[in-house]
Design a protein around this ligand. Structure first.
Ligand code: ATP
Length: 359
């Protein structure tokens, strides 16, 4: 038990370990949507699940929540099987809460009644509703109906409804994607604090990389129904397991070059590598890793200004084109000649792909 900002006593939900093993799902004769998906989420941890539209993120959450039945695999919560061979616990008995992109509040019910829907036992409704609304900063709004709330407030109420049920696991499916950028970033921060306060195990689905890196203790990248990589956010960013993960998470360029053990020799200098490899490879180049200095042979043939940073399009003397991202306003203009050098920690090398070989 602990105390929240307003002094209310808050009983944190009991955090649980979520284990997903070998989930397969296919709709009718379509291609598989989930192929052998396995995931563990430690008690109280937040896993950000990131992937492009249609890769199967929602289907995975729905299988965990019991809104969809997998064709194979199992899901357990603290070793209690929720779904598996001959087992399928009803959604409302799983201890799994879900928040969707659409707050889905009942328009004819006030805020308090909407939140009370999450609490099964009548005698617990009053205190649980007050507690949950206080947690999301919506106390005082009990009597309002959803049409008297902003989009952000509606989503806060939807989160309160899920939290009021004291789920052991909270699944959040792109809860902020309908909100504008400023509100989104505000709510992200609030949610991070709320989840830490509650200690609830959570999976947060998003296709926004920044959101995933910010919210997740760990990030799982899902591509075409498969978990392509799952690691600490900084590891997924710095050491993407595949070219596809690198492309999906962050700005990535690939440069064909020769690897010589712990480094590669490139048109912009010696580049340290995470893993020893020799021969023809493509290295991952994050544009912010290039340092641009006055005096040199590289030609700037384009400048993009984004406010907080700028991108130079560069043509190197070897004919290779790369981009460099620099903080603040650009110091050079189109037509200037500059020196370009790789800086920062080691990068990844991938076997030279067909595409890379052609390029
Ligand atoms: P988004 O980010 O756009 O929400 P997603 O990664 O959550 O995408 P899913 O909603 O899980 O993806 O959908 C994965 C695939 O499964 C899609 O091709 C979708 O059309 C298909 N699909 C999902 N639900 C059904 C269904 N009930 N019947 C048939 N196909 C479905």
């Amino acid at each position: 038990m602990h105390t929240n900002i307003e002094g209310h006593e808050v009983i944190a939900a009991r955090a649980a370990r979520l284990e997903v093993r070998g989930l397969d799902k296919r709709f009718a004769a379509d291609a598989p949507v989930l192929s052998g998906v396995s995931l563990d989420v430690a008690p109280g941890a937040i896993l950000a699940l990131l992937g492009p539209s249609g890769c199967g993120k929602t289907t995975l959450l729905r299988c965990i929540a019991g809104l969809e039945s997998p064709d194979a695999g199992c899901v357990t919560l603290d070793n209690r099987e929720l779904v598996g061979i001959d087992v399928s616990i009803a959604p409302e008995r799983r201890g799994v809460g879900m928040v969707f992109q659409d707050p889905a509040l009942f328009p004819h019910m006030n805020v308090a009644k909407n939140v009370a829907l999450g609490v099964q036992r009548a005698e617990r409704r009053g205190p649980r509703v007050s507690e949950a609304l206080a947690l999301v900063g919506m106390d005082g709004y009990e009597e309002r109906t959803p049409d008297q709330l902003s989009g952000g407030q509606q989503q806060r109420v939807a989160i309160a409804r899920a939290v009021a049920a004291r789920p052991k696991v909270l699944l959040l499916d792109e809860p902020f994607s309908d909100l504008d950028a400023r509100l989104r970033s505000e709510l992200r921060g609030e949610l991070r604090e709320l989840l830490a306060k509650l200690g609830t195990t959570a999976i947060f689905v998003t296709h926004d990389q920044e959101e995933a890196l910010l919210i997740g203790d760990e990030v799982a990248v899902m591509l075409d129904g498969v978990i392509a990589q799952r690691d600490a956010a900084s590891v997924v960013y710095e050491q993407p397991a595949t070219r596809d993960v690198a492309t999906f998470l962050g700005d990535a360029e690939f440069v064909a070059c020769e690897a010589n053990g712990d480094h590669a020799d490139t048109p912009f200098g010696r580049v340290p590598l995470h893993h020893r490899v020799c021969g023809a490879v493509e290295i991952l180049l994050r544009p912010e890793r290039l340092d641009v200095r006055p005096g040199g042979e590289a030609l700037i043939d384009g400048v993009e200004f984004y406010g907080h940073d700028a991108v130079y399009r560069l043509l190197l003397p070897s004919g290779v084109r790369v981009r460099a991202r620099v903080v603040g306003p650009p110091a050079f203009g189109e037509g200037d000649r500059v020196g370009v050098r790789f800086t920062g920690p080691p990068t990844q090398a991938y076997p030279l792909s067909q595409e890379g070989a052609r390029g």
